[in-house]
Ligand binder design. Structure first.
Ligand code: OGA
Ligand code: MN
Length: 214
């Protein structure tokens, strides 16, 4: 039997697809980036860590100016050890590494490393409009958010609301993206101010950034 040249073409395509969208608009929304079973296991792992008290209230700012500002954001986060990922996280981080290489090849961004955390927004929690790249966090160049919420309904709220930045955009903005399980949102961090709207149920994600050396 003749073996197909690219047995793994399906999963190669997802990286090309995301990079093409990033080149064109600076933003990609890609569904089923990760198979449902894996997403589910990551959600279970995040919930277990939360129950074990391994999440902390998220703070704003950077370095010595990190502050608890619940009027700006009131989610809970757990930073991940991306060098020593759990067996559950490993396939996702391997995919992110492939994505990083694809982005560097096409957009010449010189992305060098990744940092990421689980985030849990309890019902009613939010994150006010902000940029991920700002003075003090210039090393964050590309934002990647993987959502872990099974069967999310529009009535549950909790959209990621992506706004028009300084640059004109070919996208129709603001755009609301629902935090549906397996959906990966990738964008050029400095291009889009964005916010997390309150939800009626727990809202889980794995949020991270590709960084450059500054
Ligand atoms: C963030 C963020 C968006 C989301 O953590 O910086 O904007 O949809 N998260 O969880
Ligand atoms: Mn953000």
């Amino acid at each position: 039997m003749i073996q197909p040249l690219y047995a793994d073409k399906g999963s190669t395509d997802k990286f090309d697809h995301i990079v093409a969208d990033l080149c064109e608009t600076g933003l990609s929304v890609y569904d089923d980036f990760i198979p449902p079973l894996l997403v589910n296991n990551m959600a279970l792992e995040a919930r277990e860590l939360f129950q074990e008290g391994e999440f902390r209230p998220a703070r704003v700012g950077r370095g010595t100016s990190l502050q608890l500002r619940p009027e700006i954001r009131n989610d809970h986060i757990h930073w991940l050890d991306t060098e020593n990922p759990s067996a559950t996280q490993r396939p996702y981080f391997l995919d992110l590494e492939t994505l990083r290489q694809h982005i560097n090849r096409s957009l010449f961004l010189g992305l060098f490393e990744y940092e990421g955390h689980f985030a849990l927004y309890p019902p009613g929690a939010f994150y006010n409009i902000h940029y991920d790249r700002f003075i003090g966090a210039l090393e964050r160049v590309v934002t990647c958010i993987l959502y872990l919420n099974d069967d999310w309904q529009t009535e549950n709220g909790g959209a990621l609301n992506i706004h028009q930045g300084v640059e004109a955009s070919s996208l129709s903005l603001p755009m609301q993206v629902m935090p549906q399980a397996g959906r990966l949102v990738t964008f050029i961090s400095e291009q889009f101010p964005h916010e997390v709207l309150p939800a009626s149920r727990d809202r889980l994600s794995l949020t991270g950034w590709f960084r450059i050396r500054t």
